[in-house]
Design a binder for this molecule. Structure first.
Ligand SMILES: NC(=O)c1ccc[n+]([C@@H]2O[C@H](COP(=O)([O-])OP(=O)(O)OC[C@H]3O[C@@H](n4cnc5c(N)ncnc54)[C@H](OP(=O)(O)O)[C@@H]3O)[C@@H](O)[C@H]2O)c1
Length: 339
């Protein structure tokens, strides 16, 4: 199989087009064994999936990354460190955003991850009526110029604020947003703006926490916390309900399965490739329950890159998803579900 495709962000950081998502080690998706998790991070890298996505609030994710780098250095030498990328997020409560506050939080992630500088810092903000996000981003841009941050990026910002930030001369590399065959909002406004300004979309929820896989084809509607054992499944089941409900979701899974079988791939591969092919999308972040038996999908996810969707495939997918509600009207633009 050919190598994993990569993409460059604005500042030159090269990342893999499927990224390994680490929200799944936070504790909200079941127990994680730290030793097994860190060992499995090496397996992802050996398979060519070299970019990890984490956040300051994903439980031990940043500490795992630090332990993983130490292991890599001990076993493979210092040069191996330059071949992996760690993207993190800063998700502060709105408050005082003086330079000292911003820098302290960045330094904490640097320490936990065991790096000299952050490859990429993605900033989240909860409340647009509090404009101190502009102050915080100004300090982050200064810290980027001083070398503490490689790529300055956002998560869950809408198109209006992204434009406002770019107009302040703050060079944003990427915006991490929910984007899937369930939630196609980024295709409405965000993608066009990003394409015009050289900003990449990094997407999450692309597999609906697992709802966009064979596992849920023909399955009874999951409703209780028992049926939806991870935070991720609960989050995206709400989106399924918002867009059209379980029957429509089953129709989508049937079409995806037909297409997957025709190409000799999985439903997850079709769901991922569809999003990778959308304008402005740089990469799809696939959540990894690291070290959990049965939850490692490396070889299957690599097959995504062997798949070329035809126009007929896309037309059949659109025939189903176009029957869903317009989530832009129901929820708002990217990230509005958090506000
Ligand atoms: N910025 C934000 O606000 C935000 C929000 C959510 C997520 N994220 C990021 O995005 C990442 C993605 O997480 P997500 O919650 O959106 O979940 P997701 O990627 O949509 O789904 C992940 C789940 O899909 C299943 N899966 C993966 N590959 C599969 C395959 N080939 N075949 C069958 N099943 C497969 C696994 O389920 P099993 O483990 O059950 O096998 C896995 O836990 C997170 O880790 C995080 O980095 C960011």
């Amino acid at each position: 199989m050919a190598g994993v495709p990569k993409v460059h962000l604005r500042g030159g950081l090269e990342i893999t087009r499927i990224l390994n998502g680490m929200w799944q080690v936070s504790g909200a998706h079941g127990p994680i064994d730290p030793h097994r998790a860190v060992n499995e991070m090496v397996s992802y890298v050996d398979a060519g999936l070299k970019t990890f996505d984490m956040a300051d609030h994903y439980g031990p994710a940043e500490d795992f990354y630090g332990a993983f780098l130490r292991k890599l250095k001990a076993e493979r030498g210092a040069e191996a460190l330059g071949r992996v990328q760690g993207l993190t997020k800063w998700v502060p409560r709105p408050g005082h955003m003086a330079r000292k506050v911003v820098e302290e939080n960045i330094d904490r992630s640097i320490r936990r991850m065991g790096v000299d500088r952050l490859d990429c810092l993605q900033f989240h903000w909860w409340d647009y009526s509090d404009k101190r996000y502009l102050e915080a981003l100004g300090h982050m841009a200064d810290l980027q110029a001083e070398g503490k941050i490689g790529e300055l990026a956002l998560t869950n910002f809408d198109t209006v604020r992204l434009e406002e930030i770019m107009n302040k001369g703050i060079p944003i590399s990427s915006n991490q947003v929910q984007y899937s065959l369930i939630d196609r909002r980024p295709g409405q406004k965000m993608a066009e703006f990003c394409t015009a300004h050289g900003i990449k979309l990094l997407t999450y929820g692309t597999l609906g926490g697992g709802l966009l896989t064979e596992k849920y084809l023909g399955a009874k509607e999951p409703t209780s916390r028992c049926d939806l054992p991870t935070a991720s499944l609960g989050k995206y089941k709400n989106m399924v309900d918002a867009v059209g409900g379980w029957n429509l979701h089953q129709e989508l899974l049937k079409v995806l399965k037909t297409i997957a079988d025709e190409h000799g791939v999985s439903v997850a591969n079709v769901a991922t490739k569809y999003i990778l092919d959308q304008p402005a999308v740089g990469g799809v972040i696939v959540g990894c329950r690291l070290g959990v038996p049965g939850a490692e999908h490396i070889q299957d996810n690599l097959r995504t890159f062997t798949l070329d969707l035809t126009q007929n495939d896309i037309d059949r997918i659109h025939a189903v998803v176009s029957r869903g509600r317009d989530l832009m009207a129901v929820i708002g633009d990217c990230g509005d579900e958090y506000r």
